[in-house]
Design a protein around this ligand. Sequence first.
Ligand SMILES: Nc1nc2c(c(=O)[nH]1)N[C@H]1C(S)=C(S)[C@@H](COP(=O)(O)O)O[C@H]1N2
Ligand SMILES: [Mo]
Length: 264
Amino acid sequence: MKKNNDTFQSEESIRKNTMRSFLLFTAYFIAVITGIALLRSSQENDGMLKPLRKVADFNAGVFNRFFSHNHRAKQFNLADAVKDVRVNGDAGMGNEFKVADWKLKLVPFGAKKDTVFLSMEDLKKLPKTEIIFDFKCIEGWSQVTHWGGVRLSDFLKKYPVAGRKYFPLSSPDNSDLAEYVGMHTPDNNYYVGIDMASAMHPQTILCYEMNGKPLPYNQGAPLRLIIPVKYGIKSIKRIGTIFFSDSRPPDYWAEKGYDYYSGL
Ligand SMILES: Nc1nc2c(c(=O)[nH]1)N[C@H]1C(S)=C(S)[C@@H](COP(=O)(O)O)O[C@H]1N2
Ligand SMILES: [Mo]
């Protein structure tokens, strides 16, 4: 058969191609082995591999830098809100607790000022904000629900306890504020840490009403957090104490391996 250079490769070019494939394969093989060796040699003391730790830190940085108050959870109409609101999570919700004995304990940042104890009447003097949004649990369910209370940002304007020196909103970038807000139940058995940007978000409320009525006992009476820009784990029910810190406050679900920010 007559050799046709258009359809058949010469032996010479086949040899060249084989050599090229072999070299490429070898280079690829060496790259993979080197990569695995690098990963293995770079365990950090928190057990996370260095390159992965870098990614995690980078994500936290991106979250903090680009999280903006322009980012809002979608809001719904009254008619969309369910009447039969699911009850989920009972840590810190023991039934020895008496709503009538409750006071909110507010610990000013740096503990330079005295601890403040507030009643429900004190909270209700502040402007009321309502929100209807799709409450999302990390377990995979969600529900459109209707809540009412005081914006945490309004609350911290009235009670200037989150700032380093003076309150804050006088410093345009909020740089005077502590970096985190911590909250826990009266018995300390459930607790969350919230970055200040999310705490000051206009949809974040100290909530005392559900469907226009006082919060039911097992839904966090008398006061819970509603923070629509995060998964439900951060919406702590039955707030006993609020405090401020520049380091991450303890967080119930973060201790079990969930993302500290749990943003949406
Ligand atoms: N005190 C307390 N707050 C909590 C929890 C909890 O176990 N204890 N669970 C969280 C989780 S995982 C979810 S999804 C919501 C559920 O709120 P609900 O019971 O009003 O539906 O509460 C959050 N707040
Ligand atoms: Mo949840």
